[in-house]
Unconditional design. Sequence first.
Length: 563
Amino acid sequence: MNSSLWMLQPALPEAATLAAELGIPVPIAQVMVNRKILTAEAARAFLYGNLDGLHDPYLMKDMVKAVERIRQAIARGEKILIFGDYDVDGVLSVVMLFKALTSLGAAVEYFIPERLTDGYGIKEHHVEIPVRRGTGLVISVDCGIKALEFTAQAKEKGVDVIITDHHRPGETLPAAAAILNPVLEDSGYPDRDLAGVGVTFKLIQALLEKSGKAAGLPHYMKLVCIGTVADVAALKGENRLFVKYGLKGLGNVTNTGLKSLIDACGLGKRRISEGDLGFRIGPRINAAGRMGMTDLAVRLFFCDSIEESLSLVQQLEELNSKRQKTEEKIFQAAKEKIEEGSLDQKYKCIVLGSEEWHRGVIGIVASKLKDYFHRPVLLFAYENGKACGSGRSISDVPLIELLDECKHLFLSYGGHRLAVGCTLPVDRMEAFKETLNTLAATRIGDEALKRKIRIDSPLSFSDIDSGFLGYFSLLVPFGVGNPKPLFVTEGVEILSAPQILQRKHLKFLARQNGRVFEVMGWDKADWSHLLRRGGRVDLAYSILVSEYLGEPRTSLSIEDLKV
């Protein structure tokens, strides 16, 4: 408790200027300045931007080639095979592109490898699939940027490959008919943060505009927003627009499977938030891939029967429940190992593995352990002589860069700045641990491992009125790249004895400057002994706006406090 370093962002003159130019509260302007939104033009786009702000898809290198080759395949009656990935981003990319190509008259099939048997990505042996199915064109979604052998083999067998991906490339690019990837240095695309669904959407946008069917584009935004949030993509630029407008669209869903899923999540009668996508809808779709039954999730979005959709949703619910139990078991086992061996004291990067761990959920567990111990964590499942790993990192440590220097030990690896995957022989694990620990010891400074509470602005309770909350609502959606703003209020009086809810949450009433708010401390029941009625604290918190019996309700969620 109180081991966190509070970092209050300095009050910058740009915030006062923005507030005056836009007529908004200074703390709201300060939040935007902290997000590097410094001009009135950029601020207006951030607060009020609409779909006119989407970029021209043809800015992305190879878009012309991709569209021409797909239109050629449709004209010739060639069969197109979509090759996807088993996570939410990959599954929804498959669904979107399948629906779009079908609407244009294409003959389409799809293939998604299973996480537990195939692992991630397109392998050389997968070339048998398009050949066996008589496919002339393969389009990858959310994968493929490292599929050198597959692409070469496919070309030899007369099959063209279009790659759409958002992962970092290797040293050489595949010899594909077209590569759409905004991360490439020469992609020419102004937004490098798109998830796989975002890149797929840009291809669909180009195809539908070329065919005079652009009016259908908003329908795809619902799935784009789910995939973008589930893949933890930065919610700025185009991603922000995707999620903002996708969430609006989720208030009126016609797809039978998606509607059944939303109802099963208990979201059928209220406004869906980005948090609902990340913590309710996304995990249920993801559970299919994590537990080795990806096709259940894909089928859900294609079924028209209410009975079938309810059956599929029930299966996803059961898989998600099983996933949660498996995950909790691994989390407790790993946490025990770390604490028994004081690994969080000895190492700046924690690496653990076991033959008993389920490969499909170790990424989620690594993320939880990363939050708990506040350092990068890599977990491995040992199977048939191979160590299949998934890693997550804290914001100050780009884990993929550390893995780049261990690549001589891997059979395969890849990922993003803070989320990685890799595979290596089990007998190289000790060498990997030694190499990584040496790198971490020299590359990761002690300062990076200190928990930091980055506070956007001081705020008086009296300032949290309906006008302020109206502007605050324009800052959503929150997520990576646009974190939920944190405010600090000093000298807050505790009005009620703290209550403990469900043995893990904390609730009390607080007053400052004549205003009273309900304060929630999620998973902070162990702080109750620090609080007493009539005592005073400094609060670092975020603002929660919810609905209760149809009425808006404002409460505060504690990030940290100082007695």
